[in-house]
Design a binder for this molecule. Structure first.
Ligand SMILES: [Zn+2]
Length: 137
């Protein structure tokens, strides 16, 4: 992602564009591993020594509220951030602890159809996102 695109996204989300926000947003875009706030901090602190972990937390929460970032808790309770906004599933690698994006529109269609035919009591399905656990083959 270019600086211009990052800037545009931040401004479009209604947030004021600041250098710190751009640095944090860029760090997220280049990490495909659903980073934690700490790992974002590790990535940016060398080039931006004035940035604190508290600022990173606050900036990430602002991005989530502005709708340009999603957050989720992984299976061991660690908060992670996800720059991919479209509905998608996650592959949890039990051997490397990585979390990778997984998209299969056919699978989502199949599941949607399944839940249409097998309604859950007092519950309306809005989004289907799977956690698939496994290991490197
Ligand atoms: Zn993801």
């Amino acid at each position: 992602m270019t600086v211009e695109t990052a800037k545009k996204r931040i401004i479009e989300s209604g947030l004021k564009f600041t250098h710190q926000r751009m640095v944090v947003y860029n760090a997220l875009q280049v990490s495909a591993d659903h980073p934690t706030a700490e790992s974002v901090y590790e990535k940016v602190k060398e080039a931006n020594p004035s940035i604190s972990l508290g600022t990173i937390y606050k900036t990430l929460e602002n991005f989530v509220r502005a709708g340009i970032l999603k957050k989720f808790t992984d299976d061991v309770g660690v908060m992670r951030f996800d720059p991919m906004l479209e509905t998608h599933s996650h592959l949890y690698f039990t051997d490397t602890q990585e979390i990778k994006d997984y998209k299969d529109p056919g699978l989502v269609l199949l599941l949607k159809k399944y839940f249409e035919e097998n309604q859950i009591d007092n519950f309306e399905v809005e989004e289907l996102s799977l956690v698939i656990k496994g290991k490197t083959k």
